[in-house]
Ligand binder design. Structure first.
Ligand SMILES: NC(=O)c1ccc[n+]([C@@H]2O[C@H](COP(=O)([O-])OP(=O)(O)OC[C@H]3O[C@@H](n4cnc5c(N)ncnc54)[C@H](OP(=O)(O)O)[C@@H]3O)[C@@H](O)[C@H]2O)c1
Length: 341
């Protein structure tokens, strides 16, 4: 076990963590607390946190609007970046900067809203060249997931010449980063948003068109006139069903989120007559090699160029609890990063 020098003296000191409690598994109470290492889930790598970020899932977990945690109490936060202060994993050295996202953080394992985070070494991704800690959490789970979606779509043959890509939940974290990445890759991107005031923001990220989702005529036929080369879907429900009915032959739809609902009502017709592909995107359970490959693409050919505009807020750990309702209400724009130290 390697120990950093600073760490040797700090090992028993209390530190701050944003923990989520529940007596009955349904009503949650989340608060900033002082805890020690003994309170944290197991792992052979300890990280001094630099930044975490707020994702929709964090808001569901911290407010109890969704059942995210599978045991209580847990530190919240589905992602974190920081410096390794102790390692029992020969692949990871004290002083390394690492990213951890998904892997059960804030579901079954203490998460990233803390000054120290302990995880199995296998969950860590070395900081790719070209990113720093602030950028890594400016992107965070949202950026990683957008990149994973584009990676899967392209593995499945998606190309700019197949037609425009629709991105909904456009002003949110996944949506904003997806627009930036796709437009850098040469795709025409249509941003679908519920916000009437977001056109300038979305065009500044690279959207060629911005459409208010409330004005869409979704129709009811199993196959509607084709519009999209593909789609990146954060909403689920009726809009996802509409994507299946309006995507061009052999196009790819990445199903990522559920902010509008968990139902999906469509028919087999788009699949068997147009060969469209519905790709399920799960950023939590990703093998380490793929996680590293996707983060390397995030820092490489998918690198967003408008991240400064996407990072909307930088807050302190102590202020976290005031920011979750914006996510549940859908009023949020871009990304919020959380300074941990
Ligand atoms: N599968 C995975 O591994 C994975 C990973 C990350 C995220 N996700 C999911 O992806 C979704 C987006 O995550 P995020 O972090 O980008 O969330 P976010 O930052 O909160 O953005 C969500 C966006 O969706 C739109 N929206 C919010 N509430 C809505 C509603 N009731 N009806 C219609 N639109 C609504 C808003 O954009 P507009 O106002 O512009 O429409 C909002 O900004 C969430 O469901 C999240 O859980 C899944």
């Amino acid at each position: 076990m390697q120990l950093g020098q600073d760490w040797c003296s700090a090992i028993n000191n209390p530190f701050k963590a944003f923990r989520i409690h529940s007596e009955d598994g349904r009503h949650v109470e989340a608060r900033l607390e002082e805890i020690t290492l003994d309170d944290l889930s197991d792992g052979d790598v300890i990280i001094r946190g630099a930044y975490s970020s707020i994702n929709y899932k964090d808001a569901l977990a911290a407010t109890g609007a969704g059942r995210i945690l599978r045991r209580f109490p847990l530190v919240g936060g589905v992602d974190v970046v920081g410096t390794v202060v102790s390692s029992g994993d020969p692949r990871i050295a004290v002083g390394d900067e690492v990213i951890v996202n998904g892997c059960g953080l804030s579901e079954t394992h203490d998460g990233g809203f803390a000054e120290y985070v302990r995880v199995p070494g296998d969950w860590t991704t070395p900081m790719p060249a070209g990113l720093d800690a602030r950028m890594a959490m400016g992107l965070g789970t949202a950026g990683f997931t957008a990149a994973l979606a584009i990676h899967r779509m392209e593995q499945n043959g998606q190309l700019p010449e197949h037609g425009p890509i629709a991105v909904n939940g456009a002003t949110g974290g996944v949506g904003s980063v997806a627009i930036d990445m796709l437009s850098q890759r040469g795709y025409d991107v249509t941003a679908l948003t519920s916000k009437t005031t977001a056109t300038e923001y979305l065009k500044s990220l690279g959207a060629t068109e911005v459409v208010n989702i409330k004005t869409l005529e979704l129709g009811e036929r199993p196959l509607e006139k084709t519009i999209w080369g593909g789609a990146v879907d954060s909403l689920g429900g009726d809009i996802l069903a509409w994507f299946t009915r309006t995507t061009r032959p052999n196009g790819n739809i990445a199903s990522i989120g559920l902010v509008a609902g968990i139902d999906l009502s469509t028919t087999v017709m788009p699949f068997i007559l147009r060969g469209i592909n519905l790709l399920g995107i799960n950023s939590v359970e990703v093998p380490r090699e793929l996680r590293i490959a996707v983060w390397n693409r995030v820092a490489g050919d998918l690198a967003p160029v408008h991240l400064d505009g996407i990072i909307n807020r930088e807050i302190e750990l102590a202020d976290l609890s005031g920011y979750f309702t914006d996510y549940i209400d859908g009023t949020v724009m871009g990304r919020t990063i959380v300074r941990l130290s």
